[in-house]
Design a protein. Structure first.
Ligand code: ZN
Length: 163
């Protein structure tokens, strides 16, 4: 067992990784996991807002914001430079919008984690949303929705999320 803030982290005996929980002054909760035997590093940001929070008349807003965040930030304004950075350093990235949360994540070769994390964090600190990317992603989100609306598994997921 390891102490993490006010939580005790319980892990299997054969799990050699180290865990630590940190809560920042802005209330952001962080779970750090250290595994010196891996050559990859990864991060995930989970925001407790999903499609159930979409205001009436703006259905798809959470999903749209999920798409928009990965374009550019004030610090890294070149569109898609985040994805390019990850690809060049053995990494990848993805995100999803669920009913009650939106999740963003990436992995990258461990030596490049610090800059990758800074690029990732800037999307949440000062994102850049150009009018050009905005209209592109409105269309992308709309076509994704039109494709998924016919799939029963998505409706099941929404129904089960209500309980
Ligand atoms: Zn999408």
């Amino acid at each position: 067992m390891e102490q993490g803030g006010d939580l005790t982290i319980v892990k299997p005996l054969n799990d050699k990784r180290e865990y630590k929980r940190v809560v920042l002054p802005n209330a952001l909760q962080i779970l750090l996991i250290s595994d010196p035997d891996t050559d990859k590093a990864a991060a995930s940001m989970d925001v407790s807002v999903g499609s159930f929070s979409d205001p009436e008349g703006l259905e798809g807003l959470a999903h749209f914001l999920e798409h928009m965040l990965f374009y550019a930030s004030e610090k890294y304004p070149l569109e898609d430079s985040y994805m390019q950075y990850l690809t060049e350093h053995g990494g990848r990235s993805n995100a999803f919008t669920d009913s009650e949360c939106t999740n963003f994540h990436f992995d990258v070769n461990a030596d490049y984690f610090e800059e990758a994390l800074d690029r990732f964090a800037q999307f949440f600190i000062r994102p850049l949303m150009s009018p050009d990317a905005t209209s592109r992603e409105i269309n992308a989100v709309d076509s994704e929705n039109n494709k998924n609306i016919l799939v029963d598994a998505w409706r099941w997921n929404q129904v089960w999320s209500k309980f």
